[in-house]
Design a protein around this ligand. Structure first.
Ligand SMILES: NC(=O)C1=CN([C@@H]2O[C@H](COP(=O)(O)OP(=O)(O)OC[C@H]3O[C@@H](n4cnc5c(N)ncnc54)[C@H](OP(=O)(O)O)[C@@H]3O)[C@@H](O)[C@H]2O)C=CC1
Ligand SMILES: N[C@@H](CC=O)C(=O)O
Length: 386
């Protein structure tokens, strides 16, 4: 039996669903000769680790109890009442993760799984990579900070997987990497890459107010912890940046043209998330409804679209890129116009896929599909250590 040890950073909607998937896949994985051993789980305040992490992980009943504790909004440290673990607060938790990384990294390929929505994890991830660990991310932030961090995380490209950062569980990154490895140049990527904005646009089209459907999207697990990341286009811009960087473009977020659906006066520096949801959102209802109706009068619909166009600059022999995300009015009967709900669609144009693009489509948000993508990445990255 091959043991796959892992530490989970972040046990919100996606992280908890991942733990439930791991537990429910036990017999499937054992028929594949695999055993996923969760040796530690952390949130923004604490980390719990197995008290015998060299030999066993946290057991399944403990992991399910952990999910219940976190769903009830309680602290991870409460779990010490159930035995078999030790709890660490911040900042010692980071040091503890690195201590485990140095013990298990090179020997086992310990996987650090980032299901947080924080920038802070990048520090630990970079050091753990140096210690021979693997990294699996649903969190886009470590891959969309500086180019230097991005390069560091990809220092050993086969040690990192991040399928769920774009299109949730859809095989977007894997497909793009296969195209790149085969030397097939990518000319253009067009897509609708936000489950939240896809859902919002199609529900508003059906006559529901924006303020209601954003709250629904949040309770369905589609939005970022702060839904303004979705409505402001930043979440889609991060996805676009990840795709552009994979294509070899050394750009930052400030190279991307981003259209926001809310004004600066409703930004995070001015309003709390709760205020935005309670008071701010309803002020946006009329404007978006008017835009949807205007599009409908032309036989069109609104979609939030990401466009990436790359070409080699002939004279400077450098890569030139156009990267923008924003609302477009599109025919109702076009591939993007036909999208409903939280589905994403991505069209990739390359030399091999020039007239008809390669099209990837399906559910693009939600805890279930995102956690499934993370789980598949954990198993995939560990094939290195057979
Ligand atoms: N939902 C979806 O459809 C998709 C989500 N994703 C990505 O998955 C990630 C998780 O999303 P979701 O589960 O909805 O978010 P949640 O807000 O529900 O959960 C985030 C978790 O991260 C924890 N956390 C915050 N900071 C740190 C830190 N420094 N170290 C460790 N843990 C930390 C939080 O702790 P605490 O509990 O203490 O607050 C919380 O448990 C996000 O990055 C999101 O972009 C990607 C694709 C699709
Ligand atoms: N908030 C995101 C979740 C996946 O990345 C979305 O709505 O697409």
């Amino acid at each position: 039996m091959k043991n796959i040890p892992l530490i989970l950073m972040g046990c919100g909607g996606v992280g908890r669903q991942l733990l439930e998937h791991i537990v429910s896949c036990r017999s499937l994985h054992s028929t594949q000769g695999l055993c996923l051993r969760v040796v530690g789980v952390g949130d923004s305040k604490s980390l719990v680790v197995s008290d015998d992490l060299l030999n066993k992980g946290l057991d399944d009943s403990f992991l399910l109890q952990l999910c219940r504790v976190k769903s009830a909004g309680e602290s991870l440290s409460k779990l010490c009442d159930f035995g078999e673990c030790r709890a660490f607060g911040h900042p010692e938790s980071e040091g503890k993760i690195l201590e485990i990384a140095s013990q298990l990294g090179r020997k086992t390929g310990l996987v650090l799984v980032d299901c947080s929505a924080s920038f802070d994890t990048v520090v630990v991830l970079k050091q753990a990579i140096d210690m021979g660990c693997c990294a699996v991310l649903a969190n886009k932030k470590p891959l969309t900070s500086s180019m230097e961090d991005f390069k560091k995380l990809f220092m050993y490209p086969r040690h990192i997987r991040h399928e769920s950062t774009v299109g949730a569980g859809l095989p977007v990154i894997a497909s793009l990497n296969r195209i790149i490895c085969s030397g097939d140049p990518v000319h253009q990527i067009i897509g609708s890459l936000s489950g939240t904005l896809g859902y919002v646009m199609s529900e508003v089209e059906d006559g529901k107010p924006l303020s209601q459907v954003v709250k629904d999207a949040k309770s369905l697990g589609y939005t970022e912890p702060d839904p303004r990341d979705d409505l402001g286009g930043m979440d889609v811009a991060r996805k676009a940046l990840i795709l552009a960087r994979i294509l070899g473009h050394q750009i930052n977020l400030d190279s991307i043209k981003i259209e926001s659906l809310y004004p600066k006066e409703m930004g995070p520096d001015i309003m709390t998330v709760e205020d935005f949801l309670d008071r701010g959102l309803s002020l946006l209802d009329k404007d978006i409804q008017a835009r949807v109706e205007k599009a409908a009068s032309n036989g069109n619909v609104l979609r939030y679209v990401c466009v990436i166009e790359g070409s080699r600059h002939l004279f400077l022999s450098s890569l030139h890129i156009v990267c923008e995300v924003g609302i477009q009015e599109l025919p109702k009967n076009s591939p993007l116009g036909r999208l409903r709900g939280s589905d994403n669609v991505l069209e990739i144009y390359t030399r091999c896929y020039s007239k008809q693009p390669l099209v990837i489509q399906g559910a693009g948000a939600g805890n279930d599909t995102t956690a499934a993508g993370v789980l598949a990445d954990i198993v995939d990255v560990q094939d290195l250590f057979s």
